[in-house]
Design a protein around this ligand. Structure first.
Ligand code: BTN
Length: 256
């Protein structure tokens, strides 16, 4: 396995393979082999990329997307940072703006695990854990120009319609470096920081009326109301229609 020569503030290796089944699988192997906290595996292509919902795959084009998984080791499950997926979303959205400053103000975090450019999905986060061992998978569309027909209206890349004057490089591994730097700041700081407020500033559809599927995507119950924000544990807060009540939900999906 090759190592990439990029900065990893976690002080751990960044591995690269041309083609993998899923970087999640390789990360599990790296964990079994004793690799340290912060070890990253990335690839040019995944043959079986996974989405958060089991029935959904993560499709990508070779070389124009950035799929990677970072292995995080905590002594126990209680030591895993609160709201890790959302805080990762915050870090990824900041890194995208570092990489492509012309996108500032149009990168949002959609609860619970998507990054949006405008109203289209640009990146997704998949967090798997075995006790205190976390496999944090991130997939970002970097410069893919064409998407399959079922994604065409829904997916966006960072680099599209950008003229040569914007000085943005298509180098995916520069973006990876920026994500690692932002992620380190978000999750390795010893003090409880203000992630919730910073996240709410870029929360997709905050203060809008939304429909929400409470529970599993395929058999949840639909509720409607105004998206008010995020709770301390990463729960979504919705002021339900027809009442004063702001309700907190831990599982479910926004529906558009
Ligand atoms: C989602 O949007 O539902 C989550 C998508 C996560 C995709 C990334 S790509 C790197 C890692 N490997 C996978 O198989 N999935 C995650």
């Amino acid at each position: 396995m090759d190592k990439l020569n990029i900065t990893n503030p976690f002080n751990a290796p960044v591995y690269y393979l041309e083609t993998v089944s899923s970087t999640m699988d390789i990360s599990r192997k790296l964990s079994a082999a004793g690799e340290p906290h912060g070890t990253v595996i990335t690839a040019d292509f995944q043959e079986a990329g996974r989405g958060r919902i089991r029935s959904r795959t993560w499709e990508m084009e070779k070389n124009t997307s950035l799929p990677f998984t970072i292995l995080l080791r905590y002594p126990r499950i209680e030591n895993i940072p609160r709201a890790l997926t959302l805080r990762t979303g915050l870090a990824v959205s900041l890194a995208i703006e570092d990489f492509a400053p012309y996108l500032k103000g149009s990168v949002f975090v959609k609860w619970p695990n998507d990054i949006m450019i405008g109203s289209k999905k640009n990146a997704g986060i998949l967090c798997e854990a075995d006790e205190g061992t976390v496999y944090l998978g991130i997939g970002i569309n970097v410069s893919q120009k064409e998407f399959p027909s079922h994604l065409r209206e829904k997916a966006a890349s960072i680099i599209t319609n950008v003229d040569s004057g914007t000085n943005v490089t298509g180098d995916r591994f520069i973006l990876l470096e920026k994500v690692l730097s932002r992620l380190y700041n978000e999750i390795e700081t010893p003090l409880e920081n203000d992630w919730r407020l910073r996240l709410e500033k870029r929360l997709y559809k905050i203060n809008s009326h939304v429909a929400f599927i409470d529970g599993a995507a395929d058999n949840g119950r639909e509720v409607k109301g105004v998206l008010k924000g995020i709770g301390n544990d990463g729960d979504i807060l919705i002021a339900l229609d027809g009442g004063e009540e702001v309700k907190s939900f831990f599982t479910g999906e926004l529906k558009f």
